[in-house]
Ligand binder design. Sequence first.
Ligand SMILES: C[S@@+](CC[C@H](N)C(=O)[O-])C[C@H]1O[C@@H](n2cnc3c(N)ncnc32)[C@H](O)[C@@H]1O
Length: 273
Amino acid sequence: MNKAEQQIAETIETFEQVAGGYDNPSLRFFPFCGDRIGMHLQLKRGQKVLDVATGTGAALITAAQMVGPQGRVQAIDLAENMLDRAEHNLRMNGMDNADFHVMDAGRLDFKSAYFDAVICSFGLFFLPDMLGALKEWHRVLKPGGRLIFTSFTANAFQPQGKLFRDDVEAAGVSIEDPGWQRLNNEEACRNILQEAGFDNIQLLQEQLGYHLNDEKGWWDIVVNSGLRLIYNKLPAEQRDAFQQRHLEKIAELKTDKGIWLDVEVLFSSGQRP
Ligand SMILES: C[S@@+](CC[C@H](N)C(=O)[O-])C[C@H]1O[C@@H](n2cnc3c(N)ncnc32)[C@H](O)[C@@H]1O
C-alpha cells in the first residue's frame, strides 16, 4: 500500500467506526450544512444529483427532497456503515429516490456528462488527490451543471481544536497537519476549482455554529467525527486519563449559555462550461 492508499484506508476505517454515533445532536452542523447546500445550489425537481462522500446522508436528504420523486440522487462513500445509515435516514424521511454505492470519490463509475449537480459536504479534504477527484466530478457533470463542496475555515472548532491538538501532542503523539486545513481559505478553494476546469466560481462563508450544553458535547464530536482519526493514535491505556485532562480544560470555556462551537464553513461552487 502506498501512502495515499494508506491514508484512504485509515480514513475509511475511522468512518466505519463512528457511523453509529455520527448522527449525534452535538454534530448537528452536518445536517444544517446539508440544507444550506441545497439552498445555495437551488436544486430543481427532476434533476440528477451525485452526492460524493455522502456519510449518513446529511446533504443527500435535502437533495432528495428538492429533486423530488422524478429526480434521483446517487450517493457514494467508501464506508459501508455510513452508507447503511444514509439509506436508513432517507427511508425514515419517507423517500426512496436515491441509490447507494460503495465507490471511491476519486474514481467514479458513472458516465460522462450525466449529472445536473455534484455535491460534496466535508469530503473533498479527506482525499489525497483533491485535484484529480475534482476533475472526475467535472467529467460527470453535464455542461452547465454545477458543483458545490464545503470545507471548514481556520476558525472552525477553535479554541477547542487547538486545545485538543496540544493535549494529544503533550501525550507524546505527533500529528501531521490534518488534511482538512488544505481548503480552509477562499484562495485555496478558488484555485483548485479553476485548475480543475470550473468557471463561474462562487465562494461564500457562513457561520453554522451553536452552543453545546457542556464539555460532553465536545467529546461527542471528538469520538464521532474526523477528529477520531487523531484520537485513535493515542495508546489505548492513555485514553481515559487523556479524556479527563482534556475535558477539564474544555469545561473552562463554559459560560451561562454553554460552550460556543464555532463552525465557520466555506461553500465553494463552480460550473462546468
Ligand atoms: C465528515 S464525513 C461527511 C459526510 C457527509 N457528507 C456529511 O456532510 O455529513 C466524510 C465522509 O467522507 C467519506 N470518504 C472519505 N474518503 C472517501 C473516499 N476516498 N471516497 C468516498 N468517500 C470517502 C467518509 O467515509 C465519510 O463518510
